[in-house]
Design a protein around this ligand. Sequence first.
Ligand code: WT7
Length: 649
Amino acid sequence: MSEQPQVHPVRDEFAANAWADKAQYEAMYQRSIEDPQAFWAEQAERLEWIKTPTRIKNTSFDRDNVDIRWFEDGELNVAANCLDRHLAHRGGETAIIWEGDDPADSRHITYAELYERTNQVANALKEMGVGKGDTVTLYMPMVPEAAMAMLACARIGAVHSVIFGGFSPDAIAQRVVGAQSRVIITADESVRGGKHVPLKDNVDAALTRDGTDVCEHVMVVKRTGGDIDWHDHRDTWFHTMVDKQALECPAETMNAEDPLFILYTSGSTGAPKGLKHTTGGYLTYASMTHQYVFDYKPGEVFWCTADVGWITGHSYIVYGPLANGGTTLMFEGVPTYPSHGRIGEIVDKHQVNILYTAPTAIRALMAHGDETMHSSHRDSLRLLGTVGEPINPEAWEWFYRVVGKERCPIVDTWWQTENGGIMIAPLPGAIDLKPGSATKPFFGVRPAVMDSDGNVLEGQAEGNLVILDSWPGQARSIWGDHERFVNTYFSTYDGVYFTGDGCRRDTDGDYWITGRVDDVLNVSGHRMGTAEIESALVAHDAVAEAAVVGYPHDIKGQGIYIYVTLTDDYEASDELKKELIQQVRKDIGPIASPDVIQWAPSLPKTRSGKIMRRILRKIAANECDGLGDISTLADPSVVDELIEHRANR
Ligand code: WT7
């Protein structure tokens, strides 16, 4: 495969002021690979340790003994690193700029204020009996209380599990049970695009499900004052509980390998996995990537448009920026409300310097034309970033030309929930940009391209993306199921971390991520397992069998295409399609709404009964000429029938 990408070389003025220029990147990268012990011992100094670590890297990717430890004899507290140590120098500076859904609503919260409020939340949690090692579930809107709750947990050594506010009661219940959370923090409602989402009602519904009686307390932030049910035995208002607390709360001494949080993400099989991230390595890595990848300078306003319910929000709304004493912008709403110009208007209003967003948001804006950006100037912007899925070169160029006015480098950052922080990205002072390529590995990251037999390919190559050795931000396990962790990431190829992504490396050594090679979909940058959606569907009486695949979608990147075989008692109808869509939304949440449903009298299967998804993907993508070998199918005629009635032409 050959490509002629338009290269945007690093500009000299940018490199001159950047944290790393080309020579510095190369020297630091070499050292990080050749002597990780020394490199990361130095980098750990960016944090304030109660006990400085002396054992730096102790990691094994050996399938029989996957064991990952960084800074294992070090002690520190994450909240103290994000708050206390900044008080003396920048207590009066803004830590969080909150921009509400309504453009008339915004707030600045200083480090001193965030410190006090976090301590109060921490004391409230303690009053509810939460201590070191206990889990707390957060199901919250994008409000400052979400960051306070995360930091409050970190302060007392509790482990937070944030659930994205778009998930359904069933999804909440599954995660509360998985994490065995005795406390949930939520809000009455969230507000997005002028609409209210009933968070507290969803929690109430979740807590009727089996196993959720482990939850004893629900603390409710009053966001809208909307109507909610109240259960005296377990519900308390956040403000009544928190306002009365002392402004000081000692920070618990934590070992570097104590868990900081659990975050659930979808895989190719089974229920979502709760990835376990720990304390010292995670914070070192979040802080360092935030500084170098975004070339973050003190005083700059950094805006990551993700939700705190995703890893991107954890690392680049909360932990990275605050560890670095930065100003982080948290936006409650959606980019298109009240008008398509909102993102640019927020940039102007708060003089944002760095904007980190997702390709799907860029494509949605682009679809409305350049005029969408005419309501703002965006002259404060210095750097742009993208994350979540491959960015198509047209969207890249539009982002560069129209949003950044050809002044701002774009960092295309590849990484995963499992990684804790950015893994492959062009450091903006060091690496020439190629639209569509995440380019080069971050310090300490050793990517490789492997063929399906487990051979590492050299030079220009295409295959599976693996990582050869550990980096500090890596997830250590799956909560309560280490075996699944080993099986998912370290068993496909022994001794390396398997990402689940395919990639290509070009003659310059730049990486181009081509998308998932497993049964995981990426819809608007949200990760979804086909197995999860299928099990939601077969739970409906009408469904005998279902197969879910992704297909190319102009805005979302991938859309959800579903083949359904009905049971004998049901007839295909538009009504039934609606019901099935509802079923998936109810089971998982609106983010998993199917785009296309095709009735399939039967599915293409091998003689051993395995569904051939490769064929279903081709039909969904409308690529019916390139189906490849179908002779191994039990009944090849099934395919003609599906092609004839395909829903996506
Ligand atoms: C999957 C991880 C932590 C980032 C947010 C999503 C895809 C992510 C890129 C990129 C191409 C990307 C991969 C990856 N992905 N960033 N810059 N270019 N693909 O985190 O939900 O854990 O999903 O998102 O397929 O495996 P996630």
